[in-house]
Design a protein around this ligand. Structure first.
Ligand code: GLU
Length: 476
């Protein structure tokens, strides 16, 4: 058997970081067996389509360093891979189920359905279709069709039957059909719903393993019924636990911080670090090893080592891993990754800055912010250091001392000399070393978090340093 897995994005918005994790596991499962990993675009929910979303999703997957063997852009033996290009296929298949009486026409008006749901809500019942149209006789159906009465086609769900399946991660799952709605499979515009299109495609595309987020568990019995009615062999189902918010309280969500896959790249996380982080979010190798290349992961991934427990999305761990990956890059590679985050910086200067910043990097964006003061004007806010101990007169004296040192020194790149003159001045005035350098740091950079300040001065002209010191002095 050739393992074939798929990821089936709906182009209804941005791709979530959790989707990339699910995709990564699907990718690994297929590639390790020399199978195929497929991308299929599920765009049947036309009302929720977002223009450009398909292209954006495909691009972000590529930008994470992942690829696919068949898909909408590259085609493949089971094309097309966009569901709205496959409508005749669903039409053919629904005819088969109509002939087998496994599905039925429903002519209920939206008003009737709304009233029905209202009543069910009032009586605290599960919102489910009441099967009003289940027993229409063939003449009634034909008359309605002849009169062009709008209709949908619904799945005939058996009464009170336990649908049991083995989930490769969660074990046996049992859902009784009383909990399952007679799902609409074809909508009144003739377009299938997700449930029908996905089942038909998964079968026709020979998908062997359906690995997806566990919010889809409740849909699985519907897919199983569709497979059964056609007489098809079931694929393996495996449902991955979704991420928990770092607070440990509830699902990770937009409200609590970034979730879009793109935004992590925009924030300056390396794709390889993100993938490594995602590998460990729901899976463990059974050893203490934490650092994996994509190639290594593909070799050793297995569904047996996927956890049932919801993993916590630990951003501090991501920062740590990203720092680790950044430090492993050669200086040239590091600079080429950093440069897009600080386009105004020239390669030469970045190269010289490497020893000061590489060790301190956690993300490329924060590193770029940390050195932006070298390339743009700054605003130094005395509030960043003023306290009971660093009062305005003290800060002023410190700034003046630094101006004097700068004016006297012939070369601001003579770091050792600068350092010793600063230390002398601190000693003579009985200042605290940390206080002095904080005032200097804020004056020059506008921030409290920077590369070592004396070494950084070497990247600015004497005039600029003095001008910044005097600008702060004027504000004290
Ligand atoms: N189109 C569904 C989604 O947006 C796919 C669900 C599945 O994998 O079956 O996630």
């Amino acid at each position: 058997m050739t393992v074939r897995t798929r990821m089936a994005p709906s182009p209804t918005g941005e791709y979530h970081i959790g989707h990339i994790r699910t995709l990564l596991y699907n990718y690994a499962l297929a590639r390790q067996q020399n199978g195929q990993f497929i991308i299929r675009i599920e765009d049947t929910d036309q009302k929720r389509l977002v223009p450009g979303a398909t292209e954006a999703i495909l691009q972000v997957i590529k930008d994470y360093g992942l690829s696919w063997d068949e898909g909408p852009d590259i085609g493949g033996p089971y094309q097309p891979y966009i569901q709205t290009d496959r409508l005749p296929i669903y039409q053919r298949h629904i005819q088969e189920l109509l002939a087998k009486e496994k599905v039925y026409y429903c002519f209920c008006t939206p008003d009737r359905l709304a009233k029905m749901h209202q009543d069910q809500k009032a009586q605290k019942q599960l919102p489910k279709y009441d099967r009003h149209c289940l027993h229409l006789n063939p003449q009634e159906i034909q008359t309605n069709l002849d009169n062009n009465v709008p209709y949908v086609i619904r799945l005939k769900v058996p009464d009170n039957e336990d649908i049991i399946f083995t989930d490769a991660i969660r074990g046996t799952i049992k859902i009784n059909t009383t909990e399952i709605d007679d799902q609409v499979l074809i909508k009144s515009d003739g377009i299938p719903t997700y449930h029908f299109a996905a089942a038909v495609d998964d079968h026709l595309m020979n998908i062997t393993h359906i690995l997806r987020g566990d919010e889809w568990i409740s849909s699985t019995p519907k897919a199983i019924l569709i497979y059964r009615y056609f007489g098809w062999e079931l694929p393996v189902f495996a449902h991955l636990p979704v991420f928990l918010d770092p607070s440990g309280q509830g699902k990770m969500s937009k409200r609590k911080g970034t979730v879009s896959a793109r935004s992590f790249l925009d924030d300056g996380y390396l794709p390889e670090a993100l993938l490594n982080f995602l590998m460990l979010l729901g899976w463990n190798p059974g050893t203490n090893q934490e650092i994996f290349s994509l190639e290594e992961f593909v070799k050793i991934f297995s569904l047996e080592h996927v956890h049932k427990k919801q993993p916590i999305f630990d951003r501090a761990k991501l920062d740590y891993l990203n720092g680790l990956y950044l430090r492993q890059l050669s200086d040239n590679e590091y600079i080429s990754r950093l440069q897009p985050f600080i386009p105004q910086a020239d390669t030469q200067t970045l190269k010289a800055l490497c020893p000061l910043i590489k060790e301190r990097s956690s993300t490329l964006k924060s590193t770029a912010q940390m050195i932006a003061f070298l390339f743009t004007d700054i605003q130094a806010d005395p509030k960043l250091f003023l306290s009971d101990k660093i009062t305005p007169p003290i800060a002023k004296a410190m700034v003046q001392a630094m101006v004097t040192i700068m004016k006297q020194i012939s070369d601001p790149k003579d770091t050792a000399k600068l350092q010793s003159q600063c230390l002398d001045s601190i000693k003579n005035n009985n200042w605290k070393t940390g206080d002095f350098f904080m005032v200097l740091r804020v004056a020059i950079t506008g921030s409290r978090f920077t590369p070592p300040i004396i070494e950084s001065l070497a990247f600015l002209s004497k005039e600029k340093i003095i001008a910044r010191l005097q600008a702060l002095e004027a504000n004290l």
